[in-house]
Design a protein. Structure first.
Length: 88
């Protein structure tokens, strides 16, 4: 985990999710909720209590200031330990 009880991961196969989710109370997914690598029900079964999506649709690969503030709000509010998942 990153200091402050925050972890970071990329795409995970479903079979790895229980291991990756172990010990995390919160999960922030930075891709679209329709993404085939997003498994909210499996995260809940693995014990993750809070799952939120904070997706930044293009066209720019970088979020706007408002989108970044929206994601940071979730990171500030959600209980730790917290995992951030994105494509890379």
């Amino acid at each position: 985990p990153i200091p402050g009880d925050i972890g970071l991961c990329g795409q995970l196969p479903l079979a790895m999710l229980p291991t990756a989710a172990a010990g995390y109370r919160s999960w922030v997914y930075l891709n679209a909720s329709e993404d085939p690598h997003f498994f909210p029900h499996d995260l809940a079964r693995a014990g993750v209590q809070h799952v939120e999506v904070r997706h930044f649709p293009g066209p720019s690969p970088l979020p706007s200031a408002a989108q970044a503030a929206w994601a940071l709000e979730a990171l500030d509010r959600l209980p730790r330990p917290l995992m951030i998942q994105c494509t890379s």
